[in-house]
Write a protein that binds this ligand. Sequence first.
Ligand SMILES: Nc1ncnc2c1ncn2[C@@H]1O[C@H](COP(=O)(O)OP(=O)(O)O)[C@@H](O)[C@H]1O
Ligand SMILES: [Mg+2]
Length: 340
Amino acid sequence: METSNPLNPEKPFSQEPLNNKNSEIWTERYRPKKFEELVGQDDIVKKVQNLTKALNIPHLLFAGPAGTGKSTLALIIVKELFGSTWKENYLELNASDERGIDVVRQKVKDFARTKALGNVPFKVIFLDEADALTKEAQQALRRTMENYTSTCRFVMSCNYSSKIIDPIQSRCAIFRFKLLEKKDIEKRLRLIVEKENLQISDQTIEALYESSEGDFRRVINLLQASASISPTITAELINTLTSTAKPAEVKIVLEYALSGDFLKAKEKLLDVMLKESVAGTDIIKAIQKEIWNLQIDDELKVRLTEKTGETEFRMTEGSDEFIQLESLLASFVLAGKGLR
Ligand SMILES: Nc1ncnc2c1ncn2[C@@H]1O[C@H](COP(=O)(O)OP(=O)(O)O)[C@@H](O)[C@H]1O
Ligand SMILES: [Mg+2]
């Protein structure tokens, strides 16, 4: 937008639009818009691209970890299918946001009542986080899918396909997304770095990748957070922002426990968790790694690794983090005494 410049009418002031570019969230700005821009999921992209070209997509189930391109691929499909009319032909629902399956069914019904516009014979419904639906809700969803097969295709995403009931799985073509590898992330990351005029070293890319664990959303969010502090992205900056448990500190906790000093171990653990505000699940990961650096025999390492895995599972199921960690430390104490 331009306004007249009283000092020099030849050169009007340029006005940044209110919704200025810098306030945009980078995961949206750099969300791939074409099949070719997706990295690391080549087989899936090739198959889905062919189906889309033939205007012949079955119901699809995208299974896999967060930030690997599931929602992005669903959007690319509808944009390819419908071009400029994609918004009229696409309904996106998030199973964990919608209040119950009845809301989902009503929305699907309203949307599916009218025919698709243009030459594609169906509309597309994207149901994100379908594994958040209960088994009963999934049964209801399956009937809804059957009722509207002639006018709609469902694309569903989930973390674990095992949480989706068999009758839905068998109606879908299932695609398993994998965690992104360093080379995939690096390729696209360098492009973003260049477009945003940032500087980054190979070592920092490694640090970004390490802390993301193959989740591209995390990589981009970390990059944006770092860039808001400095255009030169350093590994120290990344580490400050992620504040993961420091291996040396975790090692001290474990050594106290193995030497039989439960109270000191517990005190130190609390210290790490509160001072560094590290999440329990991150501590568990650090413990898992540190076990293999301890001066203990391998059999004990294996047993402790197993225990740690159990604790992690309970934690992700929603059990209190500190209580779980304390109980894990107790196992370490017993193991140190040769009692377990
Ligand atoms: N395979 C990929 N290739 C390129 N960018 C990706 C890929 N996966 C994720 N991203 C980036 O991460 C962000 C989140 O991806 P998204 O598709 O929403 O993940 P999810 O698998 O959780 O649905 C996207 O905006 C995109 O910038
Ligand atoms: Mg998603």
